[in-house]
Design a protein around this ligand. Structure first.
Ligand SMILES: Cc1cc2nc3c(=O)[nH]c(=O)nc-3n(C[C@H](O)[C@H](O)[C@H](O)COP(=O)(O)OP(=O)(O)OC[C@H]3O[C@@H](n4cnc5c(N)ncnc54)[C@H](O)[C@@H]3O)c2cc1C
Length: 454
Protein backbone atom coordinates (compact mmCIF):
# COMPACT_ATOMS: atom_id res chain seq x y z
CA UNK A 1 0.00 0.00 0.00
CA UNK A 2 3.05 2.33 -0.31
CA UNK A 3 3.92 4.00 -3.60
CA UNK A 4 6.83 6.14 -4.66
CA UNK A 5 7.09 8.39 -7.72
CA UNK A 6 8.56 11.74 -8.71
CA UNK A 7 5.09 13.26 -8.96
CA UNK A 8 1.95 12.20 -7.10
CA UNK A 9 -1.22 13.22 -8.93
CA UNK A 10 -4.47 13.53 -6.96
CA UNK A 11 -7.53 12.78 -9.12
CA UNK A 12 -7.87 10.74 -12.33
CA UNK A 13 -10.17 13.17 -14.11
CA UNK A 14 -9.00 14.42 -17.48
CA UNK A 15 -6.72 17.02 -15.89
CA UNK A 16 -4.95 14.54 -13.61
CA UNK A 17 -4.58 11.95 -16.38
CA UNK A 18 -3.04 14.55 -18.70
CA UNK A 19 -0.72 15.79 -15.94
CA UNK A 20 0.55 12.23 -15.31
CA UNK A 21 1.05 11.68 -19.03
CA UNK A 22 3.08 14.91 -19.38
CA UNK A 23 5.24 13.95 -16.38
CA UNK A 24 5.94 10.57 -18.01
CA UNK A 25 6.77 12.18 -21.35
CA UNK A 26 9.37 14.35 -19.57
CA UNK A 27 11.09 11.21 -18.22
CA UNK A 28 9.76 11.35 -14.65
CA UNK A 29 7.52 8.86 -12.86
CA UNK A 30 3.95 9.58 -11.72
CA UNK A 31 1.34 7.82 -9.60
CA UNK A 32 -2.32 8.91 -9.67
CA UNK A 33 -4.47 8.49 -6.56
CA UNK A 34 -8.17 8.42 -7.47
CA UNK A 35 -10.96 8.31 -4.89
CA UNK A 36 -13.55 6.74 -7.18
CA UNK A 37 -13.65 3.20 -8.59
CA UNK A 38 -13.27 4.57 -12.14
CA UNK A 39 -11.30 7.21 -14.02
CA UNK A 40 -12.83 10.21 -15.83
CA UNK A 41 -14.40 12.29 -13.03
CA UNK A 42 -16.89 14.64 -14.65
CA UNK A 43 -16.71 12.58 -17.86
CA UNK A 44 -19.11 9.63 -17.55
CA UNK A 45 -20.59 7.68 -20.45
CA UNK A 46 -23.15 5.03 -19.50
CA UNK A 47 -24.51 2.47 -21.91
CA UNK A 48 -28.00 2.09 -20.45
CA UNK A 49 -29.15 0.43 -23.67
CA UNK A 50 -26.60 -1.71 -25.55
CA UNK A 51 -24.90 0.34 -28.26
CA UNK A 52 -26.48 3.58 -26.97
CA UNK A 53 -23.89 5.54 -25.00
CA UNK A 54 -25.43 8.32 -22.90
CA UNK A 55 -23.23 11.15 -21.70
CA UNK A 56 -24.20 11.72 -18.08
CA UNK A 57 -21.22 14.07 -17.88
CA UNK A 58 -19.26 15.97 -20.56
CA UNK A 59 -20.61 15.51 -24.06
CA UNK A 60 -19.39 18.07 -26.62
CA UNK A 61 -16.32 19.83 -27.83
CA UNK A 62 -16.25 22.93 -30.04
CA UNK A 63 -14.25 23.97 -33.08
CA UNK A 64 -11.65 25.88 -31.06
CA UNK A 65 -11.02 23.04 -28.58
CA UNK A 66 -7.74 22.28 -30.33
CA UNK A 67 -6.18 20.33 -27.46
CA UNK A 68 -9.20 17.99 -27.34
CA UNK A 69 -9.17 17.39 -31.10
CA UNK A 70 -5.44 16.57 -30.92
CA UNK A 71 -5.98 14.27 -27.94
CA UNK A 72 -8.85 12.41 -29.62
CA UNK A 73 -6.70 11.98 -32.70
CA UNK A 74 -3.74 10.64 -30.70
CA UNK A 75 -5.99 8.18 -28.84
CA UNK A 76 -7.82 7.09 -32.00
CA UNK A 77 -11.24 8.32 -30.81
CA UNK A 78 -13.38 9.40 -33.75
CA UNK A 79 -15.74 12.36 -33.67
CA UNK A 80 -19.10 13.19 -35.23
CA UNK A 81 -21.00 16.43 -35.80
CA UNK A 82 -23.84 17.51 -33.52
CA UNK A 83 -27.21 17.41 -35.36
CA UNK A 84 -28.62 20.90 -35.59
CA UNK A 85 -30.77 21.15 -38.71
CA UNK A 86 -34.19 22.66 -38.18
CA UNK A 87 -35.92 25.14 -35.93
CA UNK A 88 -35.63 25.67 -32.17
CA UNK A 89 -38.86 26.01 -30.17
CA UNK A 90 -39.38 28.86 -27.68
CA UNK A 91 -41.67 29.09 -24.67
CA UNK A 92 -40.94 32.53 -23.23
CA UNK A 93 -43.67 34.55 -21.56
CA UNK A 94 -46.34 32.54 -23.39
CA UNK A 95 -47.13 29.38 -25.35
CA UNK A 96 -44.60 27.43 -27.41
CA UNK A 97 -43.59 29.04 -30.71
CA UNK A 98 -41.32 27.87 -33.49
CA UNK A 99 -38.13 29.83 -34.11
CA UNK A 100 -39.27 31.73 -37.18
CA UNK A 101 -42.42 33.04 -35.51
CA UNK A 102 -40.64 33.77 -32.22
CA UNK A 103 -37.92 35.77 -33.94
CA UNK A 104 -40.45 37.72 -36.04
CA UNK A 105 -42.64 38.63 -33.09
CA UNK A 106 -39.71 39.53 -30.83
CA UNK A 107 -37.41 41.20 -33.34
CA UNK A 108 -37.05 44.41 -31.31
CA UNK A 109 -36.18 42.68 -28.07
CA UNK A 110 -33.80 40.27 -29.81
CA UNK A 111 -32.08 43.32 -31.29
CA UNK A 112 -31.60 44.67 -27.75
CA UNK A 113 -30.13 41.32 -26.76
CA UNK A 114 -27.59 41.53 -29.58
CA UNK A 115 -26.61 45.00 -28.33
CA UNK A 116 -26.02 43.71 -24.78
CA UNK A 117 -24.02 40.70 -26.01
CA UNK A 118 -21.85 43.10 -28.06
CA UNK A 119 -21.19 45.15 -24.90
CA UNK A 120 -20.18 42.00 -23.03
CA UNK A 121 -17.80 41.11 -25.88
CA UNK A 122 -16.32 44.61 -25.76
CA UNK A 123 -15.74 44.35 -21.99
CA UNK A 124 -14.22 40.87 -22.43
CA UNK A 125 -11.43 42.40 -24.50
CA UNK A 126 -10.30 44.10 -21.29
CA UNK A 127 -10.18 40.84 -19.30
CA UNK A 128 -6.74 39.55 -18.44
CA UNK A 129 -7.48 35.80 -18.43
CA UNK A 130 -4.20 34.96 -16.67
CA UNK A 131 -4.89 37.43 -13.85
CA UNK A 132 -8.54 38.56 -14.04
CA UNK A 133 -8.21 40.51 -10.80
CA UNK A 134 -5.74 42.84 -12.55
CA UNK A 135 -8.11 43.62 -15.46
CA UNK A 136 -9.04 47.22 -16.05
CA UNK A 137 -12.32 47.82 -14.15
CA UNK A 138 -11.91 44.54 -12.23
CA UNK A 139 -12.83 46.16 -8.90
CA UNK A 140 -15.97 47.75 -10.34
CA UNK A 141 -17.11 44.59 -12.13
CA UNK A 142 -16.35 42.31 -9.19
CA UNK A 143 -18.49 44.17 -6.67
CA UNK A 144 -21.75 43.65 -8.57
CA UNK A 145 -23.43 40.45 -9.62
CA UNK A 146 -23.83 39.53 -13.28
CA UNK A 147 -27.60 39.55 -12.62
CA UNK A 148 -27.54 43.12 -11.32
CA UNK A 149 -25.60 44.27 -14.38
CA UNK A 150 -28.02 42.50 -16.73
CA UNK A 151 -31.02 43.95 -14.84
CA UNK A 152 -29.63 47.46 -15.44
CA UNK A 153 -29.38 47.11 -19.23
CA UNK A 154 -32.98 48.12 -19.94
CA UNK A 155 -33.87 44.85 -21.64
CA UNK A 156 -37.51 43.94 -22.26
CA UNK A 157 -38.88 40.86 -20.44
CA UNK A 158 -38.29 38.43 -23.30
CA UNK A 159 -34.71 39.55 -23.91
CA UNK A 160 -33.89 39.55 -20.17
CA UNK A 161 -35.33 36.03 -19.81
CA UNK A 162 -33.43 34.83 -22.86
CA UNK A 163 -30.09 36.08 -21.59
CA UNK A 164 -30.75 34.61 -18.14
CA UNK A 165 -31.51 31.19 -19.64
CA UNK A 166 -28.45 31.25 -21.90
CA UNK A 167 -26.13 32.45 -19.12
CA UNK A 168 -27.43 29.91 -16.62
CA UNK A 169 -26.92 27.36 -19.40
CA UNK A 170 -23.19 28.11 -19.17
CA UNK A 171 -22.67 28.83 -15.47
CA UNK A 172 -25.35 26.50 -14.03
CA UNK A 173 -26.12 29.04 -11.28
CA UNK A 174 -28.47 32.06 -11.31
CA UNK A 175 -26.78 35.21 -12.61
CA UNK A 176 -27.33 36.88 -9.22
CA UNK A 177 -25.00 34.32 -7.68
CA UNK A 178 -21.83 35.24 -9.62
CA UNK A 179 -19.96 38.50 -9.96
CA UNK A 180 -20.07 40.35 -13.26
CA UNK A 181 -16.28 39.92 -13.45
CA UNK A 182 -16.75 36.15 -13.18
CA UNK A 183 -19.21 36.18 -16.08
CA UNK A 184 -16.81 38.26 -18.19
CA UNK A 185 -13.95 35.92 -17.29
CA UNK A 186 -16.05 32.87 -18.27
CA UNK A 187 -16.76 34.41 -21.66
CA UNK A 188 -13.22 35.73 -22.17
CA UNK A 189 -11.54 32.34 -21.59
CA UNK A 190 -13.71 30.95 -24.39
CA UNK A 191 -13.43 33.85 -26.84
CA UNK A 192 -16.60 35.83 -27.41
CA UNK A 193 -20.26 35.33 -26.47
CA UNK A 194 -21.05 33.79 -29.86
CA UNK A 195 -18.49 31.00 -29.26
CA UNK A 196 -20.20 30.06 -26.04
CA UNK A 197 -23.81 30.43 -26.99
CA UNK A 198 -23.79 29.38 -30.66
CA UNK A 199 -24.06 25.72 -31.52
CA UNK A 200 -23.01 26.44 -35.07
CA UNK A 201 -19.49 26.91 -36.37
CA UNK A 202 -17.22 28.12 -33.60
CA UNK A 203 -19.59 27.19 -30.76
CA UNK A 204 -18.79 25.02 -27.75
CA UNK A 205 -21.11 22.18 -28.75
CA UNK A 206 -20.38 21.23 -32.34
CA UNK A 207 -18.76 17.82 -32.01
CA UNK A 208 -19.16 14.54 -30.09
CA UNK A 209 -17.11 11.38 -29.65
CA UNK A 210 -17.96 8.06 -31.29
CA UNK A 211 -18.44 5.45 -28.55
CA UNK A 212 -18.80 8.18 -25.91
CA UNK A 213 -16.60 10.79 -24.24
CA UNK A 214 -15.40 8.24 -21.66
CA UNK A 215 -13.28 6.66 -24.41
CA UNK A 216 -10.87 9.59 -23.87
CA UNK A 217 -10.08 9.03 -20.15
CA UNK A 218 -10.28 5.23 -20.53
CA UNK A 219 -7.69 5.18 -23.31
CA UNK A 220 -5.51 7.71 -21.51
CA UNK A 221 -5.63 5.52 -18.39
CA UNK A 222 -4.72 2.44 -20.43
CA UNK A 223 -1.67 4.29 -21.79
CA UNK A 224 -0.55 5.02 -18.21
CA UNK A 225 -0.48 1.32 -17.25
CA UNK A 226 -0.45 0.57 -13.53
CA UNK A 227 0.26 4.16 -12.46
CA UNK A 228 -3.35 4.65 -11.29
CA UNK A 229 -4.60 3.59 -7.85
CA UNK A 230 -8.42 3.51 -7.68
CA UNK A 231 -10.42 3.75 -4.46
CA UNK A 232 -7.70 5.98 -2.98
CA UNK A 233 -9.37 9.07 -1.49
CA UNK A 234 -6.64 11.50 -0.51
CA UNK A 235 -7.12 12.88 3.00
CA UNK A 236 -3.80 14.46 3.94
CA UNK A 237 -0.87 16.00 2.06
CA UNK A 238 2.26 16.56 4.08
CA UNK A 239 4.78 18.70 2.21
CA UNK A 240 8.23 20.16 2.63
CA UNK A 241 9.45 23.04 0.51
CA UNK A 242 13.02 24.03 -0.33
CA UNK A 243 15.85 22.50 -2.37
CA UNK A 244 14.87 18.96 -1.28
CA UNK A 245 11.11 19.39 -1.48
CA UNK A 246 9.05 16.31 -0.80
CA UNK A 247 5.45 15.20 -0.34
CA UNK A 248 3.73 12.40 1.53
CA UNK A 249 0.16 11.80 0.42
CA UNK A 250 -2.07 9.76 2.71
CA UNK A 251 -5.37 8.19 1.66
CA UNK A 252 -8.39 7.20 3.68
CA UNK A 253 -7.88 3.50 2.91
CA UNK A 254 -4.30 3.50 4.20
CA UNK A 255 -2.55 3.95 0.84
CA UNK A 256 0.48 6.24 1.19
CA UNK A 257 2.46 7.77 -1.68
CA UNK A 258 5.81 9.54 -1.44
CA UNK A 259 7.06 11.95 -4.08
CA UNK A 260 8.94 15.14 -4.87
CA UNK A 261 5.95 17.09 -6.21
CA UNK A 262 2.17 16.74 -6.06
CA UNK A 263 -0.42 17.86 -8.62
CA UNK A 264 -3.86 18.30 -7.05
CA UNK A 265 -6.26 17.98 -9.99
CA UNK A 266 -9.56 18.52 -8.13
CA UNK A 267 -12.18 21.26 -8.27
CA UNK A 268 -11.14 23.92 -5.71
CA UNK A 269 -13.84 23.11 -3.17
CA UNK A 270 -12.78 19.44 -3.10
CA UNK A 271 -9.10 20.40 -2.97
CA UNK A 272 -10.02 22.48 0.10
CA UNK A 273 -11.34 19.39 1.91
CA UNK A 274 -7.87 17.82 2.02
CA UNK A 275 -5.78 18.46 5.16
CA UNK A 276 -2.45 20.08 4.33
CA UNK A 277 0.50 19.85 6.73
CA UNK A 278 1.70 22.54 7.27
CA UNK A 279 -1.61 24.38 6.69
CA UNK A 280 -1.95 26.31 3.43
CA UNK A 281 -1.78 30.12 3.51
CA UNK A 282 -5.05 31.75 4.57
CA UNK A 283 -5.76 33.24 1.15
CA UNK A 284 -5.79 29.79 -0.48
CA UNK A 285 -8.12 28.31 2.15
CA UNK A 286 -10.41 31.34 2.05
CA UNK A 287 -10.57 30.97 -1.75
CA UNK A 288 -11.61 27.33 -1.59
CA UNK A 289 -14.25 28.26 1.01
CA UNK A 290 -15.74 30.55 -1.66
CA UNK A 291 -15.76 28.46 -4.85
CA UNK A 292 -18.89 26.26 -4.76
CA UNK A 293 -19.67 23.77 -7.49
CA UNK A 294 -22.65 24.76 -9.62
CA UNK A 295 -25.87 22.73 -10.09
CA UNK A 296 -26.87 20.83 -13.22
CA UNK A 297 -28.87 17.68 -13.98
CA UNK A 298 -29.15 16.04 -17.41
CA UNK A 299 -32.36 14.18 -18.31
CA UNK A 300 -32.40 11.95 -21.41
CA UNK A 301 -35.69 10.92 -23.02
CA UNK A 302 -35.27 7.97 -25.39
CA UNK A 303 -37.66 7.24 -28.29
CA UNK A 304 -37.86 4.67 -31.07
CA UNK A 305 -36.80 7.34 -33.58
CA UNK A 306 -35.93 11.07 -33.72
CA UNK A 307 -39.45 11.99 -34.89
CA UNK A 308 -38.98 15.75 -34.31
CA UNK A 309 -36.52 15.93 -37.23
CA UNK A 310 -39.31 15.09 -39.70
CA UNK A 311 -41.24 18.10 -38.33
CA UNK A 312 -38.32 20.39 -39.15
CA UNK A 313 -37.26 20.71 -35.51
CA UNK A 314 -33.68 20.45 -34.24
CA UNK A 315 -34.60 19.10 -30.78
CA UNK A 316 -33.58 22.32 -29.07
CA UNK A 317 -36.03 24.08 -26.79
CA UNK A 318 -35.75 27.25 -24.76
CA UNK A 319 -38.33 27.63 -21.99
CA UNK A 320 -38.93 29.87 -19.01
CA UNK A 321 -41.54 27.42 -17.70
CA UNK A 322 -39.43 24.31 -17.36
CA UNK A 323 -38.52 22.18 -15.64
CA UNK A 324 -35.82 22.16 -18.36
CA UNK A 325 -34.79 25.55 -19.69
CA UNK A 326 -32.96 24.04 -22.68
CA UNK A 327 -32.66 20.80 -24.62
CA UNK A 328 -30.67 19.20 -27.43
CA UNK A 329 -30.98 16.44 -29.96
CA UNK A 330 -28.67 13.88 -28.38
CA UNK A 331 -28.86 11.00 -30.87
CA UNK A 332 -25.68 9.14 -31.74
CA UNK A 333 -24.34 9.28 -35.31
CA UNK A 334 -26.06 6.86 -37.70
CA UNK A 335 -28.28 5.52 -34.90
CA UNK A 336 -32.04 4.89 -35.35
CA UNK A 337 -32.93 5.67 -31.74
CA UNK A 338 -34.20 9.16 -30.87
CA UNK A 339 -32.70 10.90 -27.83
CA UNK A 340 -33.58 14.32 -26.46
CA UNK A 341 -31.41 15.69 -23.69
CA UNK A 342 -33.13 18.17 -21.35
CA UNK A 343 -30.96 20.38 -19.12
CA UNK A 344 -31.86 21.46 -15.60
CA UNK A 345 -29.41 24.11 -14.48
CA UNK A 346 -29.08 26.47 -11.52
CA UNK A 347 -32.32 26.76 -9.54
CA UNK A 348 -34.09 24.29 -11.86
CA UNK A 349 -31.55 21.62 -10.88
CA UNK A 350 -31.91 22.48 -7.21
CA UNK A 351 -35.71 22.33 -7.13
CA UNK A 352 -36.80 19.85 -9.79
CA UNK A 353 -33.56 17.85 -9.53
CA UNK A 354 -34.43 16.98 -5.93
CA UNK A 355 -37.88 15.57 -6.76
CA UNK A 356 -38.44 11.82 -6.78
CA UNK A 357 -37.06 10.58 -10.09
CA UNK A 358 -40.45 9.42 -11.45
CA UNK A 359 -41.96 12.84 -10.87
CA UNK A 360 -39.03 14.65 -12.44
CA UNK A 361 -39.19 12.38 -15.47
CA UNK A 362 -42.96 12.94 -15.79
CA UNK A 363 -42.60 16.72 -15.68
CA UNK A 364 -39.76 16.74 -18.21
CA UNK A 365 -41.72 14.46 -20.54
CA UNK A 366 -44.77 16.76 -20.31
CA UNK A 367 -42.55 19.68 -21.25
CA UNK A 368 -41.05 17.83 -24.21
CA UNK A 369 -44.58 17.08 -25.43
CA UNK A 370 -45.43 20.81 -25.34
CA UNK A 371 -42.46 21.47 -27.62
CA UNK A 372 -42.16 18.42 -29.85
CA UNK A 373 -45.71 17.08 -29.95
CA UNK A 374 -47.63 14.14 -28.43
CA UNK A 375 -45.09 11.49 -29.45
CA UNK A 376 -42.68 13.12 -27.01
CA UNK A 377 -45.08 12.22 -24.18
CA UNK A 378 -44.31 8.51 -24.60
CA UNK A 379 -40.57 7.88 -24.29
CA UNK A 380 -39.40 4.29 -24.09
CA UNK A 381 -37.04 5.21 -21.29
CA UNK A 382 -35.97 8.28 -19.30
CA UNK A 383 -32.54 8.43 -17.67
CA UNK A 384 -31.16 11.24 -15.56
CA UNK A 385 -27.70 12.15 -14.34
CA UNK A 386 -27.31 14.08 -11.10
CA UNK A 387 -23.96 15.33 -9.75
CA UNK A 388 -24.42 17.07 -6.37
CA UNK A 389 -24.88 13.68 -4.66
CA UNK A 390 -21.67 12.27 -6.12
CA UNK A 391 -19.18 12.60 -3.24
CA UNK A 392 -16.13 13.15 -5.45
CA UNK A 393 -17.74 15.86 -7.62
CA UNK A 394 -20.43 17.58 -5.51
CA UNK A 395 -21.98 19.55 -8.35
CA UNK A 396 -21.24 20.71 -11.87
CA UNK A 397 -20.40 21.89 -14.43
CA UNK A 398 -17.67 23.71 -12.54
CA UNK A 399 -17.02 26.16 -9.71
CA UNK A 400 -18.04 29.81 -9.77
CA UNK A 401 -17.20 33.00 -7.95
CA UNK A 402 -19.51 35.49 -6.28
CA UNK A 403 -18.71 39.19 -5.78
CA UNK A 404 -15.25 40.08 -4.42
CA UNK A 405 -13.87 36.55 -4.82
CA UNK A 406 -11.73 37.15 -7.94
CA UNK A 407 -10.32 40.44 -6.70
CA UNK A 408 -9.78 39.40 -3.07
CA UNK A 409 -8.70 35.76 -3.48
CA UNK A 410 -8.24 34.96 -7.21
CA UNK A 411 -4.45 35.15 -7.13
CA UNK A 412 -4.42 31.93 -5.05
CA UNK A 413 -6.33 29.86 -7.62
CA UNK A 414 -3.43 28.37 -9.57
CA UNK A 415 -0.35 29.71 -7.76
CA UNK A 416 1.87 26.77 -6.64
CA UNK A 417 2.56 26.42 -2.93
CA UNK A 418 6.00 24.83 -2.63
CA UNK A 419 5.77 21.34 -4.18
CA UNK A 420 1.96 21.57 -4.51
CA UNK A 421 0.72 22.42 -8.05
CA UNK A 422 -2.96 22.94 -8.87
CA UNK A 423 -4.65 21.22 -11.83
CA UNK A 424 -8.39 20.91 -12.75
CA UNK A 425 -10.36 22.81 -15.35
CA UNK A 426 -11.20 25.60 -12.89
CA UNK A 427 -7.55 26.72 -13.01
CA UNK A 428 -7.38 26.97 -16.82
CA UNK A 429 -6.97 30.19 -18.76
CA UNK A 430 -8.50 28.78 -21.94
CA UNK A 431 -11.95 27.16 -21.94
CA UNK A 432 -11.98 26.87 -18.14
CA UNK A 433 -14.98 24.72 -17.06
CA UNK A 434 -14.66 22.57 -20.20
CA UNK A 435 -12.62 19.46 -21.02
CA UNK A 436 -10.36 21.69 -23.11
CA UNK A 437 -9.57 23.64 -19.94
CA UNK A 438 -8.93 20.43 -17.97
CA UNK A 439 -6.28 19.46 -20.53
CA UNK A 440 -4.66 22.90 -20.49
CA UNK A 441 -4.59 22.98 -16.68
CA UNK A 442 -3.13 19.45 -16.48
CA UNK A 443 -0.38 20.40 -18.93
CA UNK A 444 0.42 23.61 -17.02
CA UNK A 445 0.48 21.94 -13.58
CA UNK A 446 2.72 19.15 -14.93
CA UNK A 447 5.15 21.61 -16.47
CA UNK A 448 5.36 23.50 -13.15
CA UNK A 449 6.20 20.22 -11.37
CA UNK A 450 8.74 19.24 -14.06
CA UNK A 451 10.43 22.67 -13.93
CA UNK A 452 10.71 22.40 -10.16
CA UNK A 453 12.51 19.04 -10.48
CA UNK A 454 14.84 20.02 -13.35
C1 LIG B 1 -23.11 16.99 -16.52
C2 LIG B 1 -21.85 17.58 -17.09
C3 LIG B 1 -21.85 18.03 -18.41
C4 LIG B 1 -20.70 18.59 -18.94
N1 LIG B 1 -20.67 18.92 -20.28
C5 LIG B 1 -19.50 19.28 -20.85
C6 LIG B 1 -19.40 19.36 -22.27
O1 LIG B 1 -20.36 19.09 -23.01
N2 LIG B 1 -18.20 19.75 -22.79
C7 LIG B 1 -17.10 20.01 -21.99
O2 LIG B 1 -16.02 20.31 -22.53
N3 LIG B 1 -17.19 19.89 -20.64
C8 LIG B 1 -18.34 19.52 -20.06
N4 LIG B 1 -18.41 19.34 -18.72
C9 LIG B 1 -17.26 19.74 -17.88
C10 LIG B 1 -16.11 18.70 -17.95
O3 LIG B 1 -16.62 17.45 -17.63
C11 LIG B 1 -15.04 19.11 -16.97
O4 LIG B 1 -14.55 20.40 -17.29
C12 LIG B 1 -13.83 18.18 -16.94
O5 LIG B 1 -14.15 16.84 -17.12
C13 LIG B 1 -13.10 18.40 -15.62
O6 LIG B 1 -12.00 17.55 -15.50
P1 LIG B 1 -11.04 17.69 -14.24
O7 LIG B 1 -10.02 16.63 -14.37
O8 LIG B 1 -10.59 19.08 -14.14
O9 LIG B 1 -11.95 17.43 -12.96
P2 LIG B 1 -12.80 16.13 -12.54
O10 LIG B 1 -13.34 15.45 -13.73
O11 LIG B 1 -13.75 16.57 -11.50
O12 LIG B 1 -11.70 15.17 -11.90
C14 LIG B 1 -11.37 15.17 -10.52
C15 LIG B 1 -11.10 13.74 -10.09
O13 LIG B 1 -10.67 13.73 -8.73
C16 LIG B 1 -11.31 12.70 -8.02
N5 LIG B 1 -11.29 13.06 -6.61
C17 LIG B 1 -12.10 13.94 -5.95
N6 LIG B 1 -11.72 14.05 -4.66
C18 LIG B 1 -10.63 13.24 -4.51
C19 LIG B 1 -9.75 12.94 -3.42
N7 LIG B 1 -9.89 13.50 -2.20
N8 LIG B 1 -8.75 12.05 -3.62
C20 LIG B 1 -8.54 11.47 -4.83
N9 LIG B 1 -9.35 11.72 -5.89
C21 LIG B 1 -10.36 12.61 -5.74
C22 LIG B 1 -12.67 12.61 -8.65
O14 LIG B 1 -13.27 11.35 -8.42
C23 LIG B 1 -12.35 12.86 -10.13
O15 LIG B 1 -12.06 11.65 -10.80
C24 LIG B 1 -19.54 18.75 -18.14
C25 LIG B 1 -19.54 18.30 -16.82
C26 LIG B 1 -20.67 17.69 -16.30
C27 LIG B 1 -20.62 17.12 -14.90
Amino acid sequence: MEYEADVIVVGAGLSGLIAAREVGKAGYSAVILEANDRVGGRILTEEVIAGMPLELGAQWIGDTHHRMFTLADELGVETFAQFEDGETTYEINGPVQREEQFQRENADELGELTRVLATIDEFCEQINVEEPWLSQNAAEWDKITAGAWLDAQGLGPTARTMIEICTVGILAVPTHEVSFLDLLYNVAVCGVTAELLAESEGGAQTTRFVGGTSEIPKRLAASLGDAIVLGAQVQTIEYKDGPTSSVKVICRNGVVAHGRQVVVALAPTLAGRITYVPPLPGIRDQLTQRMPQASAVKVFAIYDEPFWRADGLNGQLISDLGPARMSNDSCIADGDVGVILAFLEGEQARTFGRLPQDELHRLVTEELARHFGPRAAKPELVVSGEWANRPFTRGCYNANMGPYVWTNFGSALAAPIGPIKWGATETATSWSAYMEGAVQAGQRAASEAIDAMS
